[in-house]
Each structure stands twice: as structure tokens, then as C-alpha cells.
Design a protein around this ligand. Structure first.
Ligand code: AVJ
Length: 317
């Protein structure tokens, strides 16, 4: 079977990236979108995070699929067009191939480079599944190209990536997904559930400092993307749960006063100034279901782990 791996409209995308980074860096409360955490190194650091004892989501979600996979596959159906959003190393979707037996596998990720390496290896293991790699930013509006089958699209959005959106944004995103599902389509999504602060704090500020490296790496990536001159050693990682906001937040704090320059801008950061790099919303199970239903999905089914730390949900478009 053929695979193709394409990067969507790189030039238009680049202009948009520079604008977005400039807007965030120049804002009174500086921010960098979490999607910029995932250059090739960032994707590898995220893989390392998933191996950490403190980072429970990946293994908890995997345990839910291991235990309830057959039932999940019955709910989601066989022979779908499996559209993997934020595919990364494609490992999660690949582990479901034997159960879901997709007719076509469409891996979408902002980092096409990392994605295409993964797909080349995957093709050798599953030569009978048609595969498509799409390097594109699906966090805003997106459209799947014509080589993606239009029927029975099953959007696979695992790992609680939905948590990077505010609940309002998540609803807008899910509504747009639903409109692209085609006949008999649906969504198979993993959502992290609210839990005690100590567990969440440790998961986002681990003992080895892998999450710190992952967060700091965004500055390296920004240096590359817009010719900025961030001194990585002058920044410090924070990752913590803010229960009242219902989310984990990641920030980078300037350890001393400094001026940072980039193509088209510059800014002084005082010691203690922060750049907000990520939100990771944690849901109550009922709120997660309500979110899907408000977005127009129906026949929602939920699988969870014994501690109720994480939910895997299938819903029909
Ligand atoms: C990939 C967005 C689900 O929020 O847990 C991991 C990213 N950030 N550690 C998450 C992340 C810090 C992760 N998501």
C-alpha cells in the first residue's frame, strides 16, 4: 500500500506562525501556544514524559484500551477512516489497528518530520492499511484533503490533548470535527479527569526534570522559528494544578532581567516575569460527556480506570 506524507501550505503557515508568536510574546501577559512545544526534539521529550512514573495519563489510557478494547472497537466499528489528531509517533493508534482494523489511517500532526519517520516504520508492520500523513495545524480551522476517505471518519483524539483548549474552544473544535465526520462517523477521545492536586502537580513537574526540559525546549523552537535570542538558561519551569481554574498550567519564569529580541520585535522581561506556555484542563466525567453532547455528538459511551483518573469516550456524529 502507498503512503504519502505531505506538509500543508508551508509558506502561508509560516507567516501565520510568526504573527501568532509575535502576538503572544508582545502581549502584556506573554504566552506561547502549546503547539510550539512539538518540534522534533519536543516530540521526543514528550515521549519521554509518557514514560515517567509521575505522568499517569498515557499508561492509564493504555490500560483502559487494553482492558476494554474489544468493547470500544464494537462501539466505534471496524473499517473506519481512522483520523489520528496529533499522531506523534503513531504508537497509540497502531496499538488499536488489530482491534479497529481501519480501512485507511490518516495521521495528522503539526510536526510532519517526526510523523513521516513514524509512518515509514508503521507501513512495514501494517502493509495492508492505506496510510496518509498530514503535517498541519488542526488547532484552528482545518480541512482534510481529498485523499482522505469521506465516509465513516473516526477522529481519534487520545491523550487528553483536548485539555489544551478552554472548554469553550473545545466545544468549537468538536463541533467542527463533527461536521467533518461524514456518514456514520464519530470521535474516540481520551479526556483526563480532575483529581487530587499532589498527583497533578507531580505529573507536570517531575523529579527528573523531563517536563521542565519539554517546557524550556519551546524557547529553542521559538528561537528557530522567528530568529529569537532566548537564553534557555535564564528561564525556569513551573507546572501546577490550579483547581479553581480546573486546569494544570505551565509557565516559564525569567530568572533575571533580560531583553529578548526576535524578527519583528523585542521585549524586556523582568526577573519573575512569566510566559504562559500551556493549559491542560481536567474534566469531571459528567462535564466531559456534556461537552460532547453540546458539540452535537450522541450515543456517548465512556470507559474509565478503577481510580477514575482518565476517561476514554466514543460518541457518534
Ligand atoms: C499532550 C496536551 C495531553 O497536557 O498532559 C505533558 C502535554 N504537558 N506534560 C498534557 C503535557 C506537560 C499533554 N497533552
Amino acid at each position: 500500500m502507498d503512503i504519502s506524507c505531505t506538509q500543508e501550505r508551508p509558506r502561508a503557515a509560516n507567516a501565520h506562525v510568526a504573527d501568532e508568536l509575535h502576538a503572544g510574546l508582545a502581549a502584556p501577559e506573554a504566552w506561547i501556544s502549546p503547539k510550539f512545544l512539538y518540534d522534533a526534539l519536543g516530540s521526543k521529550l514528550f515521549e519521554a514524559i509518557c514514560e515517567l512514573p509521575e505522568y499517569y495519563p498515557t499508561r492509564t489510557e493504555a490500560a483502559i484500551f487494553a482492558r476494554h478494547g474489544a468493547e470500544i472497537a464494537r462501539s466505534a466499528g471496524l473499517g473506519t477512516t481512522l483520523v489520528d489528531l496529533g499522531a506523534g509517533n503513531c504508537a497509540k493508534a497502531a496499538s488499536l489497528f488489530p482491534l479497529l482494523q481501519p480501512a485507511q489511517y490518516v495521521a495528522v500532526d503539526i510536526s510532519a518530520e517526526f510523523l513521516c519517520d513514524a509512518l515509514v516504520r508503521l507501513r512495514q508492520r501494517f502493509p495492508n492499511i492505506a496510510m496518509e500523513g498530514l503535517g498541519m495545524d488542526f488547532s484552528n480551522r482545518f480541512e482534510l484533503p481529498p485523499q482522505v476517505r469521506a465516509e465513516r471518519r473516526l477522529f481519534f483524539y487520545p491523550g487528553s490533548s483536548i485539555g489544551n483548549f478552554t472548554p469553550e474552544e473545545a466545544q468549537g473544535f468538536l463541533r467542527r470535527l463533527r461536521l467533518q465526520c461524514g456518514p456514520d462517523g464519530g470521535v474516540l477521545i481520551g479526556i483526563d479527569l480532575a483529581k487530587d492536586k499532589a498527583t497533578l502537580d507531580a505529573a507536570y513537574d517531575d523529579a527528573l526534570g523531563v517536563t521542565a526540559a519539554f517546557n524550556l525546549n519551546v524557547l529553542r523552537h521559538v528561537n528557530h522559528l522567528v530568529g529569537a535570542d532566548f537564553d534557555i538558561r535564564a528561564w525556569r519551569h513551573h507546572g501546577f494544578y490550579h483547581a479553581a481554574r480546573g486546569r494544570v498550567e505551565m509557565h516559564l519564569e525569567a530568572v533575571r532581567r533580560q531583553e529578548v529580541r526576535w524578527k519583528g520585535g523585542a521585549r524586556v522581561f523582568e526577573a519573575g516575569d512569566c510566559i504562559h506556555t500551556e493549559n491542560s484542563y481536567k474534566y469531571q466525567q459528567a462535564d466531559a460527556i456534556a461537552l460532547l453532547e453540546r458539540s452535537g455528538f450522541e450515543a456517548t459511551r465512556v470507559w474509565t480506570d478503577p481510580q477514575r483518573w482518565f476517561a476514554v469516550i466514543h460518541a457518534q456524529a
